[in-house]
Ligand binder design. Structure first.
Ligand code: HEC
Ligand code: HEC
Length: 484
C-alpha cells in the first residue's frame, strides 16, 4: 500500500477534496489547524485521518475487531487495532472491499450502521451525523479514488537533508565507530550521493559493522547471558545427544587439574555455543545472503572449538586454526540417538540451543513463550497487546478455553499454532526428533489444538520452519481473522 501511495502521488491530476468544505463549515479553526483547507488527502490519508480516527476506532472497533462479536458472526467487515503492524493499510483494504457490497443500490457500509438490514450492532450512527458523512465520502472514494500530487510541504518544516559529506561522517561513526578517512571524505565530496552510497556499502563490509550488528541483536535476543563464565553454554547441551561435548577433557580430570590448553578450549567451545545465534546473523550479513536466512538457514555456524563440541571435525568445515576463535563456518549439526547420528533439523536462530534455552518452556507453557518471542522479534507483533480488554474470569466456562473461548482465542488462535511448531523442542531444548518421543513426552502438544498456519510451520521433520516469504513480508500478516 505504501508503494501505491508513492505511485499515486505522481499522478498528474488532483481533485479538490470535498471533505475540507464540510469540515470548514463545521469548525473553521480545526480545518485550519489540520491544514485541510488546501491539503489534498488521498484515499489512505483520508482513511487514516478521518475514517479511522473519527468513525471506526470510536464506533465500530469494539465489535468489528478480530475478537469482536461481529467477527464471531463471520462479518466481512473486520478492522484491526493499532497494535497490529500495518493495520491502517489492512483496514483500508478491508473497508474498501466492504464498501463495494451493495444492497438495493446502496453500500452495505452505509446501511448497516444506520441499523438497516438487521445490523447486529443496531443503529450506531444517524444519517445526519458527521461520522456518517465521512463514511459516505469513503464509499465515494472507493469507486472514484482521490490521488494527490507529491506535496513537498508535507516534509517537516525546517528539516533539511544533510549533505553527503556530513552524512558520511555520521554514518562512519555509527556503523564503523570511527571518523571517515580523508580519502573517503574526498571521494564523497567529489562523487556526491552516488559515492556516498558506495562508501556506506563499504562501511558495511568492515568488521566493526558486524560487531555492531551482533550488539544490536544481542540486546534483543539476550543470548549473551550464557557467556558469563567460561564454558557456561556447554551446560545447555545434554550428554546423550552431544557425547562429544567434553572433548577438551577426555579423561574427565577435575577442574583444578585442567591444563591451560584445556581451559582455553572449554572457554571458546562455550563461546561458540553461546554466540551461535549472533554469529549466524553476522555470517548471513557478511556473506550477503538474503537476511531471511537468519530464520530459514538449514545450517548453523561453529568455530574450531564448538565444532568439536557438536561432534564435527573442524577441518571438514574449513576451520584450520584452533586460535581463530571468531572464525565461524557453516555446518550441519547431528545428534546421537541409540549410538547413531541423526540429522538435526535447523531453522536459523530459533533452533539454536542458546535461543531455545534463553526462551524456555514448561509443561503448561507449551512453547507459547517461544512463539510469543518469535512474533515479537521477527514478525513485528506484540501478542500481549493485540487484544486489550478486561477479562471476567467467570465468563470462561469451556473446558479448553485457549481453543474455544472467545476471551482467549483472540490471542491464542494466533499464538498456539506457532507454539505447536516448536513441539519437538522440550523444556531444556532437548530435541525430540521423532513424533513417538513427542507423545511420550506427555503434554507437550496437548494444548496446541490448532493447525500450524501461515508464517511459521512444521517442516518434513516436524520441526519448526519459518517460511521465507512470510518473514520478508511480515506486515501482510495477521490480516483478517483466522478461521478457528
Ligand atoms: C455493538 C456491536 C457493533 C457495532 C458497534 C458495530 N457493528 Fe457492524 N456488525 C455487528 C454484528 C454483530 C454484525 C454481523 C451481523 C450483521 O451482518 O449485521 C455486523 C455487521 C456489519 C456489517 C456487515 C458486514 C458483513 O460483511 O457481513 C457492516 C458493513 C457493519 N457491521 C458496519 C458497521 C460500521 C460501519 C460500524 C461503525 C460505524 C459498526 N458496524 C458498528 C455489530 C456491530
Ligand atoms: C492478550 C493476549 C492473550 C489473551 C487474551 C489470553 N492469552 Fe494466554 N497467553 C498469551 C501469551 C502471549 C502467552 C505466552 C506468554 C509467555 O509465556 O511468554 C500466553 C500463555 C498462556 C498460558 C501458558 C501459561 C504458562 O506459561 O504456563 C495459558 C495456560 C494461557 N495463556 C491461557 C489463557 C486463557 C485460559 C485465556 C482466556 C481466559 C488467555 N490465555 C487469554 C496471550 C493471551
Amino acid at each position: 500500500m505504501s508503494r501505491n501511495r508513492i505511485e499515486k502521488s505522481t499522478a498528474l491530476w488532483k481533485r479538490r477534496p470535498i471533505e475540507c468544505f464540510v469540515a470548514s463549515a463545521v469548525a473553521l479553526s480545526a480545518s485550519l489547524l489540520s491544514g485541510c483547507a488546501d491539503k489534498c488527502l488521498d484515499n489512505s490519508a483520508f482513511y487514516e485521518q478521518k475514517v479511522w480516527t473519527q468513525v471506526v476506532s470510536k464506533n465500530c472497533l469494539k465489535c468489528h475487531a478480530p475478537e469482536g462479536v461481529a467477527a464471531n458472526k463471520n462479518a466481512k467487515f473486520i478492522q484491526l487495532s493499532q497494535s497490529f503492524p500495518g493495520f491502517l493499510d489492512i483496514n483500508l483494504g478491508n473497508i474498501s472491499e466492504v464498501a463495494r457490497i451493495q444492497f438495493d443500490g446502496k453500500s452495505e457500509l452505509l446501511r448497516k450502521p444506520l441499523g438497516e438490514m438487521d445490523h447486529g450492532g443496531g443503529a450506531v450512527l444517524t444519517s445526519d451525523s458527521e461520522e456518517y458523512k465521512l463514511l459516505e465520502q469513503m464509499v465515494d472514494r472507493v469507486s472514484d479514488p482521490v490521488t494527490c500530487d507529491a506535496d513537498p510541504s508535507s516534509v517537516v518544516p525546517n528539516l533539511g537533508v544533510m549533505d553527503p559529506v556530513s552524512t558520511l561522517r555520521k554514518a562512519s561513526l555509527q556503523l564503523g565507530g570511527r571518523l571517515p578517512t580523508p580519502e573517503e571524505e574526498a571521494a564523497v565530496a567529489d562523487g556526491g550521493e552516488q559515492a556516498l552510497s558506495a562508501a556506506l556499502d563499504s562501511l558495511m563490509t568492515q568488521d566493526s559493522f558486524f560487531t555492531l550488528l551482533k550488539e544490536i541483536y544481542g540486546e534483543v535476543l539476550l543470548t549473551g547471558r550464557y557467556n558469563q563464565y567460561d564454558g557456561q553454554a556447554l551446560g545447555l547441551l545434554n550428554d546423550t545427544d552431544y557425547p562429544n561435548k567434553n572433548w577438551w577433557n577426555p579423561t574427565a580430570v577435575p577442574d583444578n587439574m585442567l591444563t591451560a590448553d584445556q581451559r582455553n578450549n572449554r572457554k571458546w567451545a562455550g563461546y561458540g555455543v553461546a554466540a551461535e545465534p549472533l554469529e549466524l546473523i553476522a555470517y548471513v550479513a557478511r556473506n550477503n545472503k538474503p537476511f531471511t536466512e537468519i530464520l530459514t538457514a538449514d545450517y548453523t555456524v561453529v568455530n574450531w572449538q564448538s565444532a568439536q563440541t557438536y561432534g564435527i571435525d573442524p577441518k571438514t568445515v574449513g576451520l584450520q586454526s584452533s586460535a581463530a576463535y571468531y572464525d565461524f563456518r557453516p555446518a550441519k549439526v547431528q545428534i546421537t540417538r541409540s549410538g547413531a547420528k541423526v540429522d538435526l533439523p535447523h531453522s536459523g536462530v530459533i533452533t539454536t540451543p542458546a535461543w531455545l534455552n534463553r526462551w524456555p518452556t514448561t509443561t503448561t507453557n507449551v512453547n507459547r513463550a517461544r512463539a510469543r518471542m518469535t512474533y515479537k522479534f521477527f514478525l513485528a507483533t506484540d501478542l500481549l497487546a493485540v487484544a486489550e480488554r478486561p477479562i471476567d474470569p467467570s465468563s470462561v466456562t469451556s473446558t479448553n478455553p485457549t481453543r474455544d473461548d472467545q476471551y482467549c482465542t483472540s490471542c491464542h488462535k494466533i499464538l498456539d499454532p506457532v507454539a505447536s511448531t516448536f513441539v519437538n523442542r522440550n523444556e531444556a531444548a532437548l530435541i525430540l526428533p521423532d513424533m513417538s518421543e513427542v507423545s511420550s513426552a506427555g503434554s507437550l502438544n496437548q494444548l496446541n489444538q490448532f493447525e500450524p498456519i501461515g508464517t511459521v510451520s512444521m517442516n518434513a521433520h516436524n520441526s519448526v520452519t519459518v517460511r521465507q516469504t512470510s518473514v520478508r513480508q511480515p506486515y501482510t500478516w495477521p490480516g483478517p481473522p483466522l478461521a478457528s
